[in-house]
Ligand binder design. Structure first.
Ligand SMILES: NC(=O)c1ccc[n+]([C@@H]2O[C@H](COP(=O)([O-])OP(=O)(O)OC[C@H]3O[C@@H](n4cnc5c(N)ncnc54)[C@H](O)[C@@H]3O)[C@@H](O)[C@H]2O)c1
Ligand SMILES: O=c1ccn([C@@H]2O[C@H](COP(=O)(O)OP(=O)(O)O[C@H]3O[C@H](CO)[C@H](O)[C@H](O)[C@H]3O)[C@@H](O)[C@H]2O)c(=O)[nH]1
Length: 331
């Protein structure tokens, strides 16, 4: 009984693989290394280099490793890129997910956990956002994820398969033991960028807009520690294994911090007063995104242990320092 982790050489997938291994599970990672790194695959996990849309390959991996569950992280993740290359995002996020789902159904894999996003809500009418809000994505990225959610829902009705789609809010931080962290080749996430500015990997950073209708004028987000998120995946798997119904669940803490508050925390924790300039709004940024996070707590018994901005920042900074000594290009 092995868990197939697609995208397990990437940021969140490698943390989920660690959480599964820490819990005594067998793991096989399938990653095409388009973004991830071979060294990011945790020790103890089997590794197959390849594409999650390659049905023959996935079929073989499932059979050879006795896979009974799939955690599907593989995908393309940069929202503005999805506007420029929409068909590429639909191929990698939607078409490849369809292929993976087909093989899962054909092979009798009954449990499927999917990386969805708060991006499926688009510009929500209010905040906090609960799972019953209308899905109105405003980018091809968000739409590509919403379409996979729909495929999962339909497949779960027609076939012997149950799923949990986890809608992540803003994922940040790194493994507290320093075993993994965010190593995207093209960093866009606020805490990653601020950590790079603090550790000297980049000379300065920008705040994208300070004229939003928020207390300090900058956008508010619900930052969730990647290790708490990884544990949510393990709990979601246990939930399915004890017969839980298919569901979608927000992953966030239910509170928000502004861009200025985040940058202040990175400066305080690092002790570095790096340069911050003001820039125009980034297109498509909603003013505030905060999760209503009751469902995941109730249904999975999820109790986060890293709900502390300074701790999230500390772990992100430690990881950034360790990347510098590994001489990995993380920019
Ligand atoms: N990082 C976030 O804040 C965030 C928020 C919401 C949702 N998500 C979703 O979580 C998942 C993981 O994101 P991440 O931040 O770890 O990104 P990441 O880029 O670090 O990891 C994605 C991994 O998938 C691999 N990959 C991409 N396409 C593949 C394919 N066709 N076949 C096999 N491997 C492939 C990449 O090489 C990479 O290792 C993604 O599906 C993303 O959309 C991330
Ligand atoms: O250098 C930067 C980087 C970000 N920001 C701001 O910081 C906030 C957070 O931005 P991120 O890029 O860290 O995260 P997003 O909220 O844009 O994106 C998150 O939500 C998206 C869907 O809404 C996707 O799921 C994405 O993967 C996930 O990280 C935004 O207001 C952004 O404008 C800056 O001011 N400067």
């Amino acid at each position: 009984m092995t868990v197939l982790v697609t995208g397990g050489a990437g940021y969140i997938g490698s943390h989920a693989a660690l959480a599964l291994l820490d819990g005594g599970r067998d793991v096989v990672v399938l990653d095409n290394l388009s973004q991830g790194h071979r060294w990011a695959v945790p020790t103890g996990a089997a590794f197959v280099e390849g594409d999650c849309g390659d049905e023959d390959l996935v079929r073989r991996v499932i059979a050879e490793h006795d896979v009974t569950a799939i955690m599907h992280f593989a995908g393309s993740i940069i929202v503005p890129d999805s506007v420029i290359y929409p068909l590429e995002y639909y191929r990698n996020n939607t078409v490849n997910s369809r292929a993976l789902l087909q093989v899962a159904v054909d092979s009798g894999v009954k449990h499927f956990i999917f990386s969805s996003t708060a991006g499926v809500y688009g510009e929500p009418k209010a905040t906090p956002i609960n799972e019953d809000f209308a899905l109105k994505p405003i980018s091809p990225y968000g739409t590509s994820k919403m379409m996979t959610e729909k495929m999962l829902a339909d497949a779960a009705i027609a076939h012997d398969l149950r799923y949990v789609a986890l809608r992540y809010f803003n994922v940040a931080g790194a493994d507290p033991k320093g075993r993994s962290g965010q190593t995207s080749r093209k960093a866009t996430h606020l805490i990653k960028i601020a950590s790079q500015a603090a550790t000297g990997t980049r000379p300065q950073m920008a705040i994208y807009g300070e004229d939003y209708e928020t207390p300090d004028g900058t956008c508010i987000r619900d930052y969730i520690h990647v290790s708490d998120l990884a544990n949510a995946h393990v709990l979601a798997l246990e939930y399915l294994e004890r017969g839980g119904e298919s569901d979608v669940m927000n992953c966030g803490y239910g509170r928000g911090f502004s861009v200025r508050e985040v940058i202040g925390a990175v400066k305080k924790v690092s002790g570095v007063d790096f340069e911050v300039e003001l820039a125009d709004r980034r297109p498509g940024d909603p003013a505030a995104l905060i999760a209503a996070a009751d469902r995941i707590r109730q249904k999975l018994g999820w109790t986060p242990v890293h709900d502390d901005l300074d701790a999230i920042v500390r772990h992100a900074l430690d990881w950034e320092q360790s990347l510098k000594s590994r001489e990995v290009s993380a920019a």
